[in-house]
Write a protein that binds this ligand. Structure first.
Ligand code: NAD
Ligand code: ZN
Length: 249
């Protein structure tokens, strides 16, 4: 296993075009539950159902009282963990160019990464479905759910619900980055939610090496990954960064 840490460090240290694709797993150590797996939201309700745009349009109060309430509670307290800060340091060293994230928690930006493509939008902002007014989530009164705009319209978060399209620009840029990179770090994603899971395929077809970090193997592991480091994101990335700093120093 430590060989793989050294191998990853060596590959990253000599490459100048690295990008990262991250999923819910990278934020688990910040106390944000993933959808799938032990402790996942799936154990409480079906995120594919309450997180579906059809459900939200039909019964916004129900979605705000379940999935949204859950996310709002954890996001308020969440701070970046050592996996996020390692990726920020990797950008500082001019190794990592871009982070493509499926997360809506804003923790990559909080850690210091400056080019973050939010594939599924974010939870930091809300938009009124009637007048288009935008407000920061923390500034909106949540005593009565669903939260409403001054015009009486219902607020929705700026994240992508199941059944909705990925923001066009995020998709275009992600494809470009996946094509251009030499190494793609794939951290904490189960790689079953499309089209995000397709980005490693594009990178692989374009000749990039794929380093996966995930305690569990994924459909990518046997198909496109160069290798997988089967550890938690914080532990693996901290070890890789220590190795890179040692070489640089
Ligand atoms: P997922 O929930 O489907 O899978 C999580 C993956 O992370 C699994 O493969 C699991 O083995 C791995 N994992 C668990 N703990 C880990 C750790 N400590 N370090 C590294 N990996 C770990 O997540 P997904 O693939 O991102 O898809 C779910 C969708 O749900 C996303 O597209 C996202 O929009 C949304 N979501 C976001 C958040 C967030 O913003 N933090 C949280 C839950 C869900
Ligand atoms: Zn309004």
């Amino acid at each position: 296993m430590n060989d793989l840490i050294a191998k990853a460090a060596e590959m990253l240290a000599k490459t100048r075009h690295v990008i990262a694709l991250t999923g819910a797993g990278i934020s688990v150590e910040s106390g944000i539950p993933p959808f799938r797996g032990p402790g996942g939201l799936w154990e409480k309700f079906d995120p594919m159902e309450v997180g579906h745009i059809r459900t939200f349009m039909k019964d916004p109060a129900r979605v705000w009282n379940t999935l949204m309430a859950e996310m709002r509670g954890v996001l308020k307290k969440a701070v970046p963990n050592s996996a996020h800060t390692s990726l920020a340091r990797l950008e500082e060293l001019s190794i990592l160019k871009t982070v493509i994230t499926q997360n809506i928690d804003g923790l990559h930006q909080k850690a210091g990464n400056t080019d973050v493509i939010e594939f599924h939008g974010n939870f930091a902002w809300l938009t009124c479905m009637d007048c288009g007014n935008r407000k920061e989530t923390i500034s909106v009164n949540m005593d009565v759910l669903p939260p409403r705009c001054e015009c009486g319209g219902i607020f929705r978060p700026d994240c992508v619900f199941f059944g909705e399209a990925i923001p066009e620009e995020a998709l275009i840029r992600s494809r470009e980055e996946a094509r251009a990179c030499e190494v793609m770090l794939v951290v904490g994603t189960s790689a079953i939610v499309q089209p995000a899971a397709f980005m490693p395929m594009i990178a692989h077809q374009s000749g990039a090496k794929i380093i996966e970090i995930n305690p569990e193997p994924t459909p990518l592991t046997e198909s496109v990954s160069t290798f997988i480091i089967q550890k938690r994101a914080g532990e693996a990335l901290t070890a890789i960064m220590a190795e890179i700093e040692k070489r640089a120093g």
